[in-house]
Design a protein around this ligand. Sequence first.
Ligand code: DAH
Length: 352
Amino acid sequence: MSTWQGPPATCSTSPFVIEPTIDAVRRAGEDAAGRLRAAFTLDQLRELAAELLGKQGELAGVKRQLGSLAPDERRTVGQAVNESLALAQVAHDERRALLAAEARRQQLEAERLDLTEITSRPRRGHLHPVTQAWQRLEDVFIGLGFRVVEGPEVESDYYNFEALNMGPGHPARSMFDTLFVDYGEPGSTVLRTHTSPVQIRAMQTLTPPLYVVAPGRVFRRDTPDATHMPVFHQIEGLVVDKGIAFAHLAGTIQAFTEAFFGPGFNSRLRPSYFPFTEPSAEFDIQRPDGSWLELGGCGMVHPNVLRAGGIDPEEYSGFAFGIGIDRMAKEFNGVDDMRELFANDLRILEQF
Ligand code: DAH
């Protein structure tokens, strides 16, 4: 069924001739403007414009008769014709703008595709499991009274090794599969192999008592396997205060383990060796099923390290620890192979 489009555009088929008088011309102009304003469609408007404003139109007809008028009349009537044509033209233009806008609106409405049934909403992502573990670790340590500090990923040999009691040629350097950067003296700039250099930077810039953690990315020339990646993440902890003893370290590790993993988990310290701590230990966590997992190293800060940080070991003592964040993320989420976390396979990552 078609909708009613208004009266036909050309009710009067033969344009009747207008008398060449000012009044008649003005009336014709107003009449034309009125009819143009009443056009229902762009097609109608086009037809009306041809009839009323074109060369074959009524007002154009008057123009042709001007020659037969007395010169005075010719001028005034001619002027009236021009004014009437201009009036009708304005009415036409306004109407056309309105009808065109309406036609466009109708077209858009008609062509709109309702896709709500075939597209789903944009999927919402989430933080990577390592970032989640990183943030959770920060939260837990902030809860234990620590503050978060940062250090650079590209380090000098001095901060990465020497200030940590590993002078040039120290055999302990071979514990770290170092990646050297081609900058400065050969071998003087490295991608930091651990977050421990931030200990020195923190001691140099802050005044004790210090309770800081330094999370960050570290690098080693390692082949990826189920528990190692050449780029990985650690969180370093450093406490420097008066009267700090090994018991504070053990208590902090246990408090942290329970806060992070939950009450079913236990921790233990095993004697170990690190050049920057004396004594040193590895710490493991015990899962509720009784099995153990090595999480990091720790110990009492070596006096040489305190001195490198500008702190008097006679006055202050401290403990430090370093935890692998990726291992925590792996453990926390029950991922078997660390490489899964970095393969960027959404089917894996979406699960966390
Ligand atoms: N930096 C050591 C590593 O990457 C881990 C570590 C051990 C950090 C003992 C410490 C520490 O702060 O006291 O293997």
